[in-house]
Structures are given as C-alpha cells and as structure tokens.
Design a binder for this molecule. Structure first.
Ligand SMILES: NC(=O)c1ccc[n+]([C@@H]2O[C@H](COP(=O)([O-])OP(=O)(O)OC[C@H]3O[C@@H](n4cnc5c(N)ncnc54)[C@H](O)[C@@H]3O)[C@@H](O)[C@H]2O)c1
Ligand SMILES: O=C(O)CC[C@@H](O)C(=O)O
Length: 388
C-alpha cells in the first residue's frame, strides 16, 4: 500500500485518480507521497518512506527542492495546469489598474443607504474615470505558460505587447502570437510600457528584480501587475514609486504586511489559481505524475530530477531506480554491481538535470539484495529504489 498525505486542500478530482493500492493518510510520517499547494515545507524533516512530492501548481519556492534531490525525493509541479486561471485574473487586473473600479465599488458600498444614490452616483463618478487599455503598451516579463497566454490575450484585446524572457522554451515561443515584440533588454520593458506584468518563478536570480532602478526607468503613471510572487518586487522601491506617482497602480496577488498600507496598491489574497478548473487540473496532473513515478519510476515534470520514461515494467522483469550525483563513472559502477552478481540488464536509461542524475534499469530477474546493497555503498549514490 502507498500512502499519500495532503498538506493542503487538494481537489477530489485528483485524489479520486489514486489507484486501489493507494490510500490517503493524515499521518505525515508514513507518507510515500505528499500532495501540496502553497504550504511552507522548508523547515520540514521528511520521513524515509517519502518518495515524491507533487506540487499542485507552478511555483515551488515553498519546497526545499535541492535538499529533496539530495535525499532522492522527486519533486513534481504541474506546468500550465493553472495558466488560464492566472491569465484571466491578469486581464481583470489590467482593467482594475485602468479604471476606478475598486474605488467606485467602495463608493457604492459606503453610500448603500442613500435613497438618492442614483443621482449622487452621477455626480461622484467623475472621481473614478479611467483610461482604456486598447492600443496601450503591455510588457510581459517571463513568457512561460502564463506569460505567453497573457501576451496572446492582451494582443486579442488590442494591446501592443512586448515580451522579455532570455530563457524562453521552444514550446512557449511557438505558442506566442507573432504580433508580440521580442525584447532582449529588460530595461526597454520598463522604459516603454504603460503596463507591466511579471510571470517568472521566485528564485535567487529573480528575487527583488523589480527594484528602485527598475521603478526609476518606468514611464510616469505605469501600472505594475504581480501575480507571480511577492519577493520579486522590492516593496520599499514600489512604495516610493507609488508615492511619487511614477507608478500609478501596483496590483499584487500577495497580501504581505508591507503592501497593505501602500497608497495605490490593489491587493488580492493569492487568488490567481483559485478557480475550480485550475484546482482540478493541477490536482489531476500532480496525482498522475506521483502515481507514474511511484508505480513505474517514470519522471515527468519534475523540478529537481530529469524526465525519464521507460513505460510500464515488463512482466517477469524487475525495475530499479538509482539517484546519484551527475559525476563521472556512475553508470559503469551501477552496471558493474549488477554484472558482478550475474544479473542481466534488459534496458537502461540515464538522464541528468544539473548536479543530479537518475538511472532507471529493467533487469531480467528480481533485483538481488547483494547488488542493491553494493549500490547503496557507492559514493555519489543518493538513493536506490527497487520499484518492482
Ligand atoms: N498567483 C498565483 O496563484 C500563481 C499561479 C500560478 C503561478 N504563479 C507564479 O507564476 C510563476 C510563473 O508560472 P508559469 O506557469 O508561467 O511558469 P513557467 O515555468 O511556465 O514560466 C516561467 C518563465 O519565466 C522565465 N524566466 C525565468 N527567469 C527569468 C528572468 N530573469 N527574466 C525573464 N524571464 C524569466 C522562464 O524562462 C519561463 O519561461 C510561477 O513560478 C509562480 O510563482 C502564481
Ligand atoms: O495553489 C495555490 O493556491 C496557488 C498556486 C500558485 O501560486 C502556483 O504557483 O501555481
């Protein structure tokens, strides 16, 4: 039996996909797999039983992915599964940053008891007049699953779109409308665009990238949208830019104390992916990834181990997964351990991702304990798993 522990609410559409040999458990310490959304995992110690973590979502900054790699724990995410939900809320945010919608709603609430509200509204509305997004320049920083969808939708709404992503994947580039302008210097986005939206992961190289320099380059009255992570924006710099009027509105999906008092900030409680459709999609994708890994050793959409697919282990064969450092002489030591035990290797895949590598082997017979023991003693091998 495999035990799956959920650290957050995970859609039933996902957990219903767990096969009969799986059970949901409240006991963290006996988990084979963990399903998580945004729960903070950096301070957690993981049980030895834990094989994999499925992040039902895109961002993995809440998970210690390097430590997991060292412990041979595969971390998956669900690329693109919530992209449409975020795209739709970003479109909404473009309008929130352009029209006096939030202030207008607040005015109506405040005047709810006024019998003459209809007449008063006609007078009050001039305070909430805005501008249109048609023909305005939108800069999109990060052209992955979400950024590319936002760019295309904004083009459809008549915006002039500028995209910046030095590491854009071929797939995302193909999905982008050819009407988007390709920008190679991020400063041009800051200098030229009326609206800027950021869709990059939070990592060492991106944290704080919207700093005072970036804000100083922005057009007067720019609107900045952050539906990625709070840490990408230097809050002090943004507060100053809002105060001076450099930035007209900062719309963020992250309700951290530093933004709550900012004049000109519109703050949402991390709603980007909170749609039934996105939650279902993410949960289903995460569960499928976990199950294929736990049952077959196959890896798809992992953020700390390479992709590897050997299908289902053939009848009569056994399958062994070896997690090791990406250093010389590992594959030969692995094959030698089996060869010396007289065990034939039917098939083998070796893949690497950064410092970590994964070797999946199908053997003609059951994996002998002696060979498995030998592998566990080799320096640079992090984990050996007899999958079947
Ligand atoms: N608000 C929400 O609820 C919500 C929902 C989903 C995702 N997110 C956030 O949005 C982020 C993006 O999601 P995604 O699904 O589009 O991910 P993705 O991996 O498909 O795309 C990220 C893109 O950022 C690019 N990138 C990386 N560093 C960059 C840099 N310095 N400058 C420009 N581009 C850079 C990558 O090349 C990639 O194309 C996630 O990491 C997550 O933090 C938030
Ligand atoms: O799971 C969530 O609630 C939000 C997920 C979102 O931030 C993501 O990175 O996919």
């Amino acid at each position: 039996m495999h035990y799956i522990h959920c650290l957050n609410n995970i859609s039933k559409y996902g957990t219903d996909l767990l096969p009969e040999s799986y059970e949901l458990t409240d006991e963290f310490d006996k988990a084979t797999g963990i399903l998580v959304r945004s729960a903070a995992m950096h301070d957690m110690e993981f049980p030895e039983s834990l094989l994999a973590i499925g992040r039902a979502g895109a961002g993995v900054n809440n998970i210690p992915i390097d430590r997991c790699a060292e412990e041979g724990i595969v971390v998956f995410n669900t690329p693109g599964a919530n992209a449409n939900a975020v795209k739709e809320i970003v479109l909404c945010a473009l309008l929130l940053g352009s029209r006096g919608i939030v202030d207008g709603i607040e005015w109506c609430r405040e005047n709810a008891d006024d019998e003459n509200i209809a007449k008063a509204a006609e007078k009050a509305k001039k305070a909430f007049a805005g501008r249109e997004i048609l023909g305005k320049k939108l800069g999109v920083i990060g052209l992955g699953a979400i950024g590319a969808e936002v760019a295309n939708a904004a083009i459809d709404l008549g915006m002039d779109v500028y995209g910046y992503d030095p590491y854009v994947s071929v797939g995302a580039a193909w999905r982008m409308s050819s009407a988007a302008h390709h920008v190679t210097n991020i400063d041009d986005i800051f200098r030229e665009c009326d609206y800027i939206t950021i869709h990059v992961p939070a990592m060492e190289s991106t944290i704080g990238m919207i700093d005072s320099h970036a804000c100083s380059l922005m057009k007067d009255g720019a609107v900045f949208l952050n539906f990625s992570r709070d840490t990408l924006v230097d809050n002090a710099a943004m507060a100053e830019a809002l105060e001076s009027g450099k930035v007209h509105a900062y719309i963020t999906d992250f309700a951290v104390p530093e933004v709550m008092g900012m004049e000109g900030a519109i703050v949402l409680p991390h709603l980007g992916a909170s749609t039934a459709e996105a939650e279902d999609n993410c949960a289903m994708m995460a569960v499928r990834e976990l199950v294929d890994y736990i049952d077959n050793g196959n890896i798809k959409n992992s953020v700390n181990y390479p992709a590897c697919d050997m299908g289902v282990c053939p009848e009569g064969a056994s399958r062994v997964a070896v997690f090791h450092d990406n250093i010389p002489n590992m594959v030969s030591q692995i094959t030698t351990a089996f060869g010396e035990g007289g065990v034939n290797i039917d098939n083998l895949t070796n893949k690497s991702k950064g410092d970590h590598a994964y070797t999946l082997l199908d053997l003609s017979q059951a994996a002998p304990d002696e060979a498995i023991g030998k592998l566990r003693g080799i320096e640079g091998i992090r984990r050996v798993r007899v999958v079947k």
